[in-house]
Design a binder for this molecule. Structure first.
Ligand SMILES: [Mg+2]
Ligand SMILES: [Zn+2]
Length: 148
C-alpha cells in the first residue's frame, strides 16, 4: 500500500518549507542543508570518540583495568539503578555535580561507562547510534504492534 506523501515542513537548517521524501526527513535537499545534516552526525561521532578516549584515559589513570564483558555491562545497569533510586528520592541535586539532578548525573554515568566500554573494545558505538536513529525512522507503528 502506498503511503500518503508527507506534509511540507520547515527545514531544520534553513527554515524554508519543503516537501520531504520521507516523513522523518528534517533537512531540505539544498546542498547546505544536506551537508548540515551530515556534518551534525559526523561531529557527533567525532566528539563522542574524542570524549571516549578522554574517559578511558581518566579511568586508566585511576587504576581501573578493563573489566570482563559481564562486569562492564552490569556496571551500566548499576548506574541505571542509581538513576531509579534518585527518582525514588524525588530526584534531588546530585551530591558530586550539584548543578545537575541525580537522574542527569546517573544517566551521564551510564554514557561514560558506555564510552569506556566502546573505547576498550573498539566498538563503533557513536556510528551505531547514528545508524540506529535512521533505522528507527523506518520502523512501523509501535514497531509492529508491540504493547509498550
Ligand atoms: Mg553513579
Ligand atoms: Zn534547508
Amino acid at each position: 500500500m502506498r503511503q500518503a506523501a508527507p506534509e511540507n515542513k520547515p527545514c531544520k537548517f534553513c527554515q524554508k518549507s519543503f516537501e520531504p521524501n520521507r516523513d522523518w526527513q528534517d533537512f531540505c535537499p539544498g546542498d547546505k542543508c544536506r551537508n548540515a545534516y551530515h556534518s551534525i552526525r559526523r561531529n557527533f561521532v567525532a566528539a563522542f570518540n574524542v570524549l571516549a578516549a578522554e574517559v578511558s584515559e581518566t579511568a586508566k589513570s585511576k587504576g581501573w583495568k578493563k573489566s570482563n564483558d559481564a562486569e562492564g555491562l552490569m556496571l551500566m545497569v548499576a548506574e541505571l539503578g542509581e538513576a531509579c533510586t534518585a527518582l525514588r528520592h524525588g530526584n534531588p541535586a546530585d551530591n558530586k555535580i550539584a548543578n545537575f539532578s541525580g537522574v542527569e548525573a546517573e544517566l551521564a554515568d551510564v554514557i561514560i561507562y558506555i564510552m569506556n566500554y566502546a573505547m576498550l573494545r573498539e566498538y563503533k558505538i557513536a556510528e551505531a547510534v547514528v545508524a540506529k536513529i535512521e533505522f528507527n525512522k523506518t520502523r512501523p507503528e509501535r514497531h509492529g504492534g508491540k504493547l509498550f
